[in-house]
Design a protein around this ligand. Structure first.
Ligand code: F6R
Length: 614
């Protein structure tokens, strides 16, 4: 949460920082700010609202300067307003800071500083940190880098910071613990950002700071990293980035979410490319191959994740148990980390995360590792904290997901987890050769089938028109499609602000059926191979109470068509692969309803893409 950008070099910093903030706006967008240094003066502009508002407001300041830092905020301490927006000055006005994270002990530090006559304009923890750095500079008589290090050893919390000192015009000091920070290394110029997207058109070379590392980014000097705790020198690993500019732009779509929905055939194919060799009857995944004994001999697999990734974990529970016959528990990372779970060295923990930065998931991994479990990460963002913290892992290769509502991350996570389950099923002898082959060849047809499912877009739009003003919706599914019902409801509520709930279809009669009347749209996943007859009975129960039924059915369905108010068809596939298809019309539906309600599809209120606070 919160995006940070910095630049120091020979170009004008303003356009680089502003564009970078726009690319990072998915991380938080309740306020934004920028500070530019022209060699003599710091010019600072900040405002509640979006980066576009900041661009307008910045017309009031001089935009000169080849050093700049900027911030887009998701508020933690202090309401979103101009004053609480970053950057923050120190009391002398010499230091300026941007910060992504939380300083937990800021109140006690603030009191101590107030006792030494420091004053504060904002309610933020960040303003406390910059003044603590200034106080260290004064009392210890040290330069900025050292002062940052000493100050950070006094704080408890998480941070990715960039800070500069008017008296040191050729450097920016950066540090990281818990929140991501990348340094783009160009020719005589450096870029600082929460991820590489702000600098991808300038350089492919990036250094990702590890936790508890800091760096002085100084013009004309090579970057040296230091450990914040003990000042040990760390040697930077300069990575060559694979990302390209097209991937992070809208490419003619009105919204990133729609682009990402339509990218799914390609994304799923990229996920299994080089791994799924159907003609040879092989699944090749280095992270599994090298640790196959751990998986096969595991007492159980524990899956931890949050939000949409947790839903992918629930789908995986069905697949792993059904195909590989390994017991699976799926946990919200936030609950798991605090409930003193029983974990042993015979457990395998799979952490699923698109961003690879979700604080609760990261903490769950650390806990499991401490207790001896083997940790396997399923992440989309290469080099992310969860990817690095895991013992082994598999990337989803979905490409950057920028829309805050997760779409292609979900289907590619399911794809990776299906590959793992199939591989383990084969290894354990749960599958005959022909059954295994059937799965592999069917999985290869999924991108084309997703393409076909996307053709329902116009029909889905007409359904969206009918239900766009609903105040409540129910989503029902059974078996493999129960998690899809949960995911469908989450998608609708997060981007259109309509209250929606997902349920296992059979649970209706244990309570929720009381909600059914002629005002209640019920989205039912009723595909042929998923407990079809039972779901048909559930549909009948809704119909007899006058609920409106919108059913996702298999191509050629007759029975449900007669009962439902609307049906949306998806191609036929194996039962365990249906979530990859049934989720498509539900994503499109949420998208269209949100657009029709004039909601900000890519940046829904109160949310952020990367939840780096607990
Ligand atoms: C929903 C959504 C969130 C995320 C959740 C976990 O559309 O995007 O629920 O799925 O915050 O994020 P990751 O997968 O990055 O750990």
């Amino acid at each position: 949460m919160c995006g940070i950008v910095g630049y120091i070099g020979h170009r004008d910093a303003f356009p680089i920082v502003i564009k970078g903030l726009q690319r990072l706006e998915y991380r938080g967008y309740d306020s934004a700010g920028i500070a530019l240094f022209d060699g003599n003066n710091i010019n600072l502009s900040k405002t509640k609202g979006k980066v576009e508002d900041l661009k307008d407001k910045s017309k009031e300041i001089s935009l000169a300067g080849t050093l700049g830092i900027g911030h887009t905020r998701w508020a933690t301490h202090g309401v979103p307003n101009d004053v609480n927006s970053h950057p923050h000055y120190s009391n002398s006005g010499d230091l300026v800071i941007i910060h992504n994270g939380i300083i937990e002990n800021y109140e006690s530090i603030k009191k101590a500083l107030q006792n030494r006559d420091y004053t504060f304009k904002s309610d933020t923890d960040t303003e406390v940190l910059v003044n603590l750095i200034e106080e260290v500079q004064k009392t210890e008589g040290v330069k900025l880098g050292k002062a940052v290090q000493i100050a950070l050893n006094q704080v408890v919390g998480a941070y990715a910071i960039a800070v500069f000192d008017k008296k040191k015009p050729d450097e920016i000091v950066v540090a990281k613990l818990g929140s991501p920070l990348a340094i783009g290394v160009g020719e005589d110029e450096f870029f600082i950002a929460s991820d590489a997207s702000p600098f991808i058109e300038f350089t492919n070379n990036a250094i990702y700071l590890e936790d508890e590392e800091m760096a002085i980014v100084r013009l004309g000097k090579e970057i040296k990293l230091r450990k914040i705790k003990n000042d040990a020198v760390a040697y930077p690993n300069i990575l060559e980035l694979q990302m390209n500019l097209e991937e992070i732009e809208k490419g003619g779509y009105d919204h990133f979410m729609l682009k990402e929905i339509y990218e799914q055939p390609r994304a799923i194919m990229d996920t299994y490319r080089g791994r799924l060799l159907a003609d040879q009857g092989i699944i090749r995944m280095a992270g599994i191959d090298q640790n196959i004994e751990k998986f096969v001999n595991a007492n159980r697999i524990i899956i931890v994740a949050c939000g949409t990734s947790w839903h992918a974990g629930l789908v995986a529970e069905y697949i792993f148990e059904d195909l590989a016959r390994i017991p699976v528990e799926v946990e919200y990372a936030s609950e798991f980390r605090y409930r003193n779970p029983v974990i042993t060295d015979k457990d395998v923990l799979i952490a699923i995360s698109q961003s690879g930065e979700t604080a609760d998931t990261l903490a769950a991994i650390k806990l499991a590792k401490e207790k001896g479990a083997f940790v396997f990460g399923v992440c989309n963002v290469v080099g992310s904290s969860i990817a690095r913290e895991s013992d082994a892992g598999a990337y989803t290769h979905a490409g950057p997901e920028i829309g805050v509502a997760s779409t292609k991350a979900f289907t590619t996570q399911i794809t990776v987890l299906t590959l793992i389950a199939l591989k383990l099923a084969k290894e354990k002898g749960e599958f005959s050769g022909s059954k295994f082959h059937e799965y592999l060849t069917e999985l290869e047809t999924i991108p084309a089938k997703v393409e076909k499912a996307l053709k329902s877009n116009d029909l889905v739009e007409t359904v969206a028109e009918v239900y766009k003003d609903s105040t409540n919706c129910l989503y029902l599914g059974r078996g493999y499609n129960f998690p899809v019902a949960l995911e469908g409801a989450l998608k609708l509520k997060e981007i259109s602000y309509i209250h929606a709930e997902g349920y296992p279809a059979a649970e209706m009669k244990h309570g929720p059926i009381a909600l059914i009347d002629e005002q209640m749209p019920v989205f039912v996943i009723a595909t042929k191979k998923g407990h079809y007859e039972k779901v048909v009975s559930n549909i009948q129960e809704i119909k007899s109470r006058k609920g409106k039924i919108i059913a996702i059915v298999t191509e050629g369905d007759v029975q449900v068509k007669e009962l439902a108010d609307h049906v949306i068809e998806i191609p036929e596939t194996l039962e365990s692969l249906t979530p990859l298809l049934t989720t498509i019309p539900l994503q499109l539906l949420s998208y269209h309803i949100a657009v029709m309600r004039n909601c900000n599809v890519d940046q829904p209120r109160n949310l952020a893409k990367s939840v780096t606070v607990e």
